[in-house]
Design a protein around this ligand. Structure first.
Ligand code: SF4
Ligand code: SF4
Length: 99
């Protein structure tokens, strides 16, 4: 999927979906109200606005996600965004007890 847009200054740019070994972010098409607060919250443009206003944003660059959680915190609908952290981010290292 290729997305073509025009900036306010007239420059044209395109964006394409990139492959990723993980898919950290999932947006529920049923719960999402299309407010795009998550799109505005993401500082590295992992998300792009929907082609049709009111629909769910598109996860364009999942491999670039920092797992910062800003999009989840901004979302007004609980459960609309599911952020799956990589396994190593979920690991909890504890001190080994010797006695
Ligand atoms: S977790 Fe952070 S980096 Fe990843 S999509 Fe959300 S706001 Fe962007
Ligand atoms: S902030 Fe939540 S409800 Fe709004 S567009 Fe993003 S996922 Fe949908």
């Amino acid at each position: 999927m290729t997305d073509e847009k025009f900036r306010e200054d007239g420059l044209r740019f395109t964006a394409e979906v990139t492959g990723a070994s993980v898919m950290p972010l999932k947006i529920s098409g049923e719960l999402c109200i299309g407010c795009c607060r998550c799109v505005n919250a993401c500082q590295i443009d992992v998300l792009l606005p929907p082609e049709v206003p009111g629909e769910a944003p598109r996860v364009f660059y999942p491999g670039e996600c920092w797992y910062c959680g800003a999009c989840v915190m901004e979302c007004p609908v609980p459960g609309a965004i599911t952020l799956r952290h990589p396994l190593m981010n979920q690991a909890k290292f504890v001190e080994k007890k010797t006695s």
